[in-house]
Every structure is written in structure tokens, then in C-alpha cells.
Design a binder for this molecule. Structure first.
Ligand SMILES: [Cu+2]
Length: 453
């Protein structure tokens, strides 16, 4: 798993210079304005980039975007200026699979935007998609004409044009951005990003605590047929790739923290269904919703938080127990990768007899599923999958195959860390791992001789 490996952030000017023979449209920003557009940096890597410490403006502790990056800005006359470019991108979903998505500045999701309560922001949006778009700033309280709903409170951004949004961040919190134009297509193609507003005066925010590690990721989903690379955009519910920041396990970064770190995890859901996110070894408190911070007196401990489509949530806890702990969606089909849905249920069937007969007709036929699907996990690793297709249940741990995929990652708590780079697998102290015992339980002899079949 790759963690905080430096990708290459290139400026749009360099990007164009590298042979992408493209030019910004004349834009709806005036020619004078266009001349002073801020750079729109591009990211060419799906690896998590180091948190971006603010070079100017009010200080804050920056967030870490799982398998993502944070947009730099330029400060101009007291405004923080960002430049997003909506465009087709190629996104590695996990090693072995790349998808043709739509996103921002080279990746899906787009870069995380971070600012501080009270900041005035100016966000330029250039449309390099084959159709019009807009950006809606989900959860932000702003003037109606900056809300980004195409046709309702702004004209659509035509192909090749640049629009500018200007507003003040009047409250801190956990937000996101996404198009409000041809939504079904544009969100199915991966257009979304995270938006974090840090409090100006943290002590004045009820329930707010400083944290040591602050992670963000979006819950999203795609329907990409095995052997292909482009999402089917008409799918309503039957998605087959369940992702965090457009990555599937084992391509999702681990969350690395030092023992006793206070940790915040901010999640936003732009898929079409809910995701009960479950942490092992710890309990967390829901501290923030799209609507704002939850007062401390209303915090409730939990280990699973169901996040509905369109919600943002932040949870906090102290990571006080060392180890490698799963953090995953508890819908079990969301913690695996693309699979055929029409597999007959063979649990308990005598597939061996069927297999013997089938193998006479079809060379290489292998009947599966009578004893569960784990044999399929092993099988799919070693047999031909269509090109550009992830195994259904995958990932290897220190004790063997993990048999997971999709919305699953590992939360790694370590006592002595010199950096937040991936520390590898947890070394369990002697005698602290579940182990085989030699005593035979009563009745085992009958079970082994077939009585328990
Ligand atoms: Cu889920």
C-alpha cells in the first residue's frame, strides 16, 4: 500500500507545454480577468500527498486526503483564489485497474479545498468536459447566486468556458463540492471533491477539539463491467465498485496514527446508497454533520455510523489501542470488488459431481461455492481475469489472504512512530494472537467420519 508518496504536481502551463495541445476557452471571465487566472495545478498520482500546510492566511492543522491531495491557492487582495478544471481523467482504482472518469485537475475526486472560517474565496471553474457543468458547494451557507445549481440559480458553464464563484466562508465544518448539472452522469463519472473549513477561533466553537490526525474521504461507487474501464452512467443501484476517493481495497491508503493521537475522520457520501462505516478496536463520537458541530453534551459513542447519500459526517476518538484495525463499510457486498451478481447459490450442494461431469464438456471447468466463496478468492488470483479487472476478494495480510475489497482499509495504531509513513504490519506481542488448540472437542470423530456433513 502506498502512503504519502510524492506525486508530481504540475502547473497547467507545464501541462499544456507537455504536448496536450489544448487552450483555455475565451471564457466568461473577461480577457483581463483571464490573463490573471490562478494556476490550475494537475496531479498525476493516485497516492496520498502530504497534508498541505497553509503558506499564508490564518494557520490551521491541514487534513490528509486518502489517496488524494489538497489544492494550493494564491492570495490576492485578501481573497484566496483557487482554480478547478472539470475534465476527463484516468484514475487508478487500485493497482491493476484504471478507470476513465471525469474529475478535476487530473484526478477524481478533485483536490481537497481547505480554508478558514471568515476567508473570502474566489474559485475559478474551467469546463473542459464535453458538456456543460456547474459546481455546488454542498453545506456552505452562501448567496443564492453562488449555490451552483445550473438553470435555477446560475447559467450552466458552457464547454470551454470559465466561471468564477465568490463567497465568504461564514461557518466552519465538513463539506463537499459536486456538479448540479447533468448530475446522474457527472457524479456517476466521479465528479466530486472535499471542502474543509477550519474554525477561525477553535476555542469558541462548542464541541470543537484540536486533533493530531485529520483524515478526509468521499464514499463513491462505480458500475464498470469486468474487462472495461468506463462507468455505466445509467445504473441506479446495482453498482459493482465501492470506493473511497475513487479507490478500492487494496488500493486504499492505510490510516496511520501514533498511539494516543486524537483522530478525526471526515466522510462524505456521494454514492446512491448509505454506508454503515465501522471501526474495530475503538469507539468514536459523531462530532460534526453538514449542519455544523455537535455540542459535546450531545456526543454519542458508537462503533458504526450509517452515512446516507448526500451526508457529511466527522467522527473523533483517541487511538489508544495498538494494532492493525479494519475500518470498513459494514454492507459486506461493499467490501469486495466487481463480481457477477447472477451466481447461483451453491452453499451445501455437491458441486464435485457436477464438476466432474462439466469438466468432460468444458476444459478447465471448476465448480465453486459449495463451501463458501473464499476458495473463489484464491482461485481468482491465479486464474485469468479479464484485463483491467480487480479480483473480487483480495489483499494479503501477515496471516494470509484478507478476502476483502471495495470500501475497506486498515487503521494502523503504533506506539513509536517517527513518521506517518506506512509502518507495515503490526508485530503482535507473544501470546496475544488467537491460536489453535490441540484438544479434540466431543463429537469430532463422528464429524470427521462424515456424520456432520
Ligand atoms: Cu457501503
Amino acid at each position: 500500500m502506498r502512503t504519502e508518496k510524492e506525486g508530481t504536481m504540475v502547473s497547467r502551463r507545464q501541462f499544456f507545454g507537455r504536448g496536450a495541445a489544448l487552450a483555455l476557452g475565451a471564457g466568461l471571465v473577461s480577457k483581463v480577468g483571464a490573463a490573471s487566472l490562478p494556476e490550475a495545478p494537475q496531479m498525476d498520482s493516485a497516492a496520498m500527498q502530504p497534508p498541505l500546510a497553509p503558506p499564508n492566511g490564518r494557520p490551521y492543522r491541514p487534513v490528509a486526503t486518502l489517496n488524494g491531495w489538497t489544492s494550493p491557492w494564491r492570495m490576492k487582495d485578501g481573497w484566496k483564489e483557487f482554480h478547478l478544471v472539470a475534465e476527463p481523467v484516468r484514475r487508478e482504482i487500485a493497482p491493476g485497474m484504471v478507470a476513465n472518469l471525469w474529475g478535476y485537475n487530473g484526478q477524481s475526486p478533485g483536490p481537497t479545498i481547505e480554508c478558514v472560517e471568515g476567508d473570502r474565496v474566489r474559485i475559478f471553474v474551467t469546463n473542459r468536459l464535453p458538456e456543460h457543468t456547474t459546481i455546488h458547494w454542498h453545506g456552505i451557507l452562501l448567496p443564492n447566486g453562488m449555490d451552483g445549481v445550473g438553470g435555477l440559480n446560475q447559467p450552466q458553464i458552457p464547454v470551454g468556458k470559465t466561471f468564477v464563484y465568490e463567497f465568504e466562508m461564514t461557518k466552519s465544518g465538513t463539506f463537499m463540492y459536486h456538479p448540479h448539472a447533468d448530475e446522474m452522469v457527472q457524479m456517476a463519472m466521479g465528479m466530486m471533491g472535499f471542502l474543509v473549513v477550519h474554525p477561525k477561533n477553535p476555542k469558541a466553537v462548542r464541541g470543537y477539539a484540536e486533533v493530531d490526525r485529520d483524515f478526509v474521504f468521499l464514499l463513491n461507487a462505480y458500475d464498470i463491467d469486468p474487462g472495461s474501464a468506463t462507468p455505466k452512467i445509467n445504473t441506479m443501484l446495482d453498482f459493482n465498485l465501492w470506493t473511497w476517493n475513487s479507490r478500492a481495497f487494496p488500493g486504499i491508503d492505510s490510516l496511520v496514527v501514533r498511539k494516543d493521537d486524537r483522530v478525526r475522520i471526515r466522510l462524505a457520501n456521494l454514492s446512491m446508497t448509505s454506508h454503515p462505516i465501522h471501526v474495530h478496536g475503538h469507539r468514536f463520537w459523531l462530532v460534526e454533520t453538514d449542519g455544523g458541530q455537535v455540542p459535546r453534551s450531545a456526543w454519542v459513542p458508537d462503533t458504526t455510523l450509517n452515512i446516507a447519500a448526500g451526508q457529511t459526517r466527522a467522527v473523533e476518538f483517541v487511538a489508544d489501542l495498538e494494532g492493525d484495525w479494519p475500518l470498513h463499510c459494514h454492507k459486506s457486498h461493499h467490501a469486495m470488488n466487481a463480481m457477477g451478481h447472477e451466481i447461483p447459490n451453491a452453499i451445501g450442494a455437491d458441486v464435485k459431481a457436477v464438476g466432474r461431469r462439466m469438466s468432460r464438456l468444458v476444459s478447465g471447468y471448476m465448480a465453486m461455492g459449495a463451501n463458501g466463496m473464499s476458495e473463489h478468492a484464491e482461485h481468482s488470483k491465479f486464474h485469468d481475469l479479464p484485463e483491467n479487472t480487480l479480483p473480487m476478494m483480495t489483499g494479503d495480510g501477515p496471516f494470509g489472504p484478507l478476502e476483502m475489497g471495495g470500501m475497506f482499509t486498515v487503521f494502523k495504531v503504533r506506539d513509536a512512530l517517527s513518521s506517518y509513513a506506512d509502518p507495515g504490519w503490526y508485530a503482535h506481542p507473544d501470546g496475544t494472537v488467537a491460536r489453535k488448540v490441540d484438544a479434540a472437542p466431543p463429537g469430532l470423530a463422528e464429524w470427521e467420519s462424515g456424520g456432520g456433513e
